[in-house]
Each structure stands twice: as C-alpha cells, then as structure tokens.
Design a protein around this ligand. Structure first.
Ligand SMILES: Cc1ncc(COP(=O)(O)O)c(C=O)c1O
Length: 441
C-alpha cells in the first residue's frame, strides 16, 4: 500500500496529465491575475479545471471531460445551468435593453416575492452580492442603534470582508469592532451580549454555517440569540445567503426564529449576480428617500434588469414549495447515505448539513463548530481532502475540494446513486490510509 503523500502525488500527476488545456489556461491567467485567480474559493492545487460549458447539472471542461455538478455554484446554482424558464426570462428581458438607469418592471415583482416568503422581511433592498448584503445589514444596525460593536461567530463567513475562519478573523475584514464567539454555544453568546450590550449594534449569524462545513445552528442556540438580543435591544441579523434555500422562507421559516434583519444572495437572483437585505419596517424605512435625513444606499446595478427578471422567474415560476421540499428531502437522504458509508467502513467520515446543503467531513462526530472539523494535522487533512476530491473527479463527480455540496434541481436520483457509489468506492479503496491518518480512539 502507498502512503498518503505518494497516493496524492500520483492522483495529482494523473489529473495534470488528463487536463493539459486547463493547465495551460491556468498559467495564462496567472500572467494577469494573482495565481491565475479572481475568486479564492475556486483555487485547488495543482490548478482548477476551466469549464467550457454547462447544461442542466453537467459541466464540460476545456479538455472535454464531463462531470456531474454536486457543487451547484456554492448554492447560487440551485436551478441548474440552463433552466429554460430562467433562460427564457433573461432572453426576454435582454430583448428590451440591458441597463436603464431607472426603476424597471421586474424589481417590484421580485421584491414582493421575497417579502411574501421571508417572515422577517417587511421591506427589502437589492444589492449585488451576499457580501454587500451583510455589510449593509451590519451598517444599518450600527446607524440605527448608534452603537458600533458586531458580535459574530468563529467559522462564520459573511463575505470576504466579514470572514472568521478563526477567531482572529481575516485581515481584509471591515474595520468594525468585532467580538468573536464560539458557534452553538448559547451560554457564552448570551453572556457576551449582556456584557457588551451598551456598545453592541448587532449579532450576525448564519443559521447553518456554510463555509465552515455545513454545520447546523442548534435550535436552542438560535432561540437563545433571539431572546437575548431582544432583551438588550441589539439587532439580530441572520445571514441567509446560503440557508434561504432550506425552506420557502429560509431557515427562519424552518426554525421559527425570526431575526430583525436578513441578508440574502445566491440563487435568489436566478443564478446571476445578486444580493439583498431586508427586515423590520422601522429599520428599513430609514432608506426611504422621501424621509428627511434618510440613509443613502445607491448602487449602479442594484436593480439590474437581467438579475431582477431571472430572480423573479425563478421564484414565481420554478421554485414552488413542493419543488424546494423535494430538493431538500433528497439532500437529507443523500446525507444519511454518505454518513452510513463511513459507519459501515468504520471510518472517520460523515456528512453534515440540512436539506440540500451538505458538508463532507473526515472527522469523528459530533461536529458542532469549525474546531470539531480538524482532528488530524492540517497538512494531513488537506492531503485527505485532495485525495477524495481528485478521486471523485476521476469518477466524474465535481464539488468543492473542502467537501461542500449543494444540490441543484436537475440532479436525478441516478446521479445521486452514482455519487454515493463513487464515494463508497473511494473510501473503501483508501480505508487504510484514512484510518491511519487519525489518532487511535
Ligand atoms: C453565508 C454566506 N454569506 C455571505 C456570502 C457572500 O456572498 P457573495 O459571494 O455573493 O458575496 C456567502 C458566499 O459564499 C455565504 O456563503
């Protein structure tokens, strides 16, 4: 049996040999972009695949290989790559012109659809990304309360300027005074809110931490955040950029915990560039330009015609309740099957998440926060993730190297069966290496 390093090296060599055009294009990109990259999350050593086209849930790379797409564009691709209703709406809107510099007829429909779905959202405003949506929600909370502090959670990701892979946060973060608390620890969060209430504008939380590895927020934790923020008049912001797909009204609908403000993004723009934030009328009304001293929030592309048309078509013509329920049920089923593979082979392998959001973990359970996901040396974990990722690509299945999956509507039961078989094969083939990488329990 090869050791882990040799196995990963051989897989990497095979990958490079199989993908000469992707390798060349990566090198070319690097002459104009740092490391050939403009979106950090898409980089994976030795180079990412360049995709030439996509249809349904199938990706075709520039070397002609086909993959079933289990990543679903980090949740923005819920509708798949070529939904005819959405493509038709974009074409129809395009025929009437691209950018008007004026309100258009689609934005009111999309706003009404969002207000109608999400319990916390009395009024909504559009922007261009989930990052912007969170920054605006936080800034609104700060302006409305006259306080500066922002309580966030370790493992939280709210965009590249609100990112907390560790408690230290990213050096690129917006210069707000952050307090970073452990996720799923209701007692500590309550104490911190009480202790800092006089200077705290808001608490920002993902109801399920996506980037940290699809780690669900426990009901008691979310409920306790709601209670203590209400007691202390601190604004509770739910970052539902990913979780808005878990039910027609998002995680707030699913859990019954209703925040003051909600940040949205991803699939709600039909697959095009999108962000939105909304919430309590008294907070959002501050943006009413007819009010004296109103807050100004411009944004050239806030109501861009193509996104508004695509998002509206998706919500009103495609994503009916039963369609979304079915997608989330198939995610629940897939997660159970993946976790069962690990159990059957007695390996530290499991799937976390809720509904169509799935995190694969090479770890013993339970996983309640990001620190639970690393149970061996970081370099070993990276090697194991690379092994899994490259092995699944060889078998025709694509998702993020870190083991993140989000299901899309065009995936079929046969795709899911094929994927489970492929993961089972890879785990069985490398069971010895995986076991040896973890301390004995
Ligand atoms: C929970 C969450 N919030 C915010 C963002 C940032 O959204 P965007 O990439 O559209 O700026 C993301 C993106 O992955 C996310 O997962």
């Amino acid at each position: 049996m090869h050791d882990l390093a040799t196995t990963v090296r051989e897989l990497t060599e095979r990958y490079a040999a199989r993908n000469p055009t992707s390798a060349r294009l990566h090198a070319e990109r690097a002459t104009a972009m740092p490391g050939g990259n403009t979106r950090t999350v898409l980089h994976a050593d030795p180079f990412p695949l360049t995709i030439a086209r996509a249809e349904g849930a199938t990706l075709t790379d520039v070397d002609g290989h086909l993959y079933r797409d289990l990543l679903g564009e980090f949740t923005a691709g819920l509708y798949g790559h070529s939904n005819p209703v959405i493509a038709g709406a974009i074409r129809e809107a395009l025929a009437d012109g691209i950018a008007f510099g004026a309100p258009n007829e689609y934005e009111s429909g999309l706003a009404a659809a969002i207000v109608g779905r999400f319990p916390s959202i009395d009024l909504v405003r559009f922007c261009n990304s989930g990052t912007e949506a969170n920054l605006l929600a936080v800034s609104l909370a700060r302006a409305a309360t006259g306080r500066e502090g922002v309580l966030v959670f370790e493992g939280g990701y709210h965009g590249s300027m609100l990112s907390f892979p560790t408690a230290a946060g990213s050096p690129l973060n917006a210069p707000f005074p952050f307090i970073v608390a452990p996720y799923n620890d209701a007692t500590t969060a309550r104490e911190l809110v009480q202790q800092h209430a006089a200077s705290l504008a808001c608490v920002v939380v993902e109801p399920l931490q996506g980037s940290a590895g699809a780690i669900p927020g426990e009901a008691a934790f979310l409920g306790s955040l709601r209670a203590v923020t209400a007691e202390r008049d601190v604004v509770l912001v739910f970052d539902e950029v990913m979780t808005s797909r878990l039910a027609p009204g998002g995680a707030q609908d699913l859990t019954g915990v209703i925040p003051d403000l909600t940040a949205l993004g991803k699939y709600l723009g039909g697959g095009l560039t999108f962000g939105a934030f909304g919430g309590r009328r008294d907070l959002m009304d501050r943006f009413d330009p007819g009010r004296p001293g109103s807050l100004a929030h411009a944004g050239t592309f806030n109501n861009n015609v193509l996104t508004m048309a695509a998002g509206l078509a998706g919500l009103t013509q495609v994503l009916h309740r039963e369609v979304l329920d079915q997608l989330n049920r198939s995610g629940d089923d897939l997660r159970e099957r993946l976790t069962a593979l690990g159990a059957a082979l007695e390996l530290p392998f499991q799937a976390t998440g809720v509904g169509s959001l799935i995190g694969l973990h090479l770890a013993h359970g339970p996983i309640r926060r990001i620190t639970d996901t690393v149970q061996t040396a970081p370099a070993t974990l990276t090697a194991l993730r690379t092994l899994l990722h490259l092995s699944l690509l060889e078998r025709g299945y694509s998702h993020a190297r870190r083991g993140f999956l989000s299901l899309s509507l065009p995936l079929t039961p046969a795709d899911i069966d094929g994927y489970v078989d492929a993961v089972g094969d890879v785990l069985a083939a490398h069971a010895g290496l995986i076991r040896a990488a973890f301390p004995r329990r």
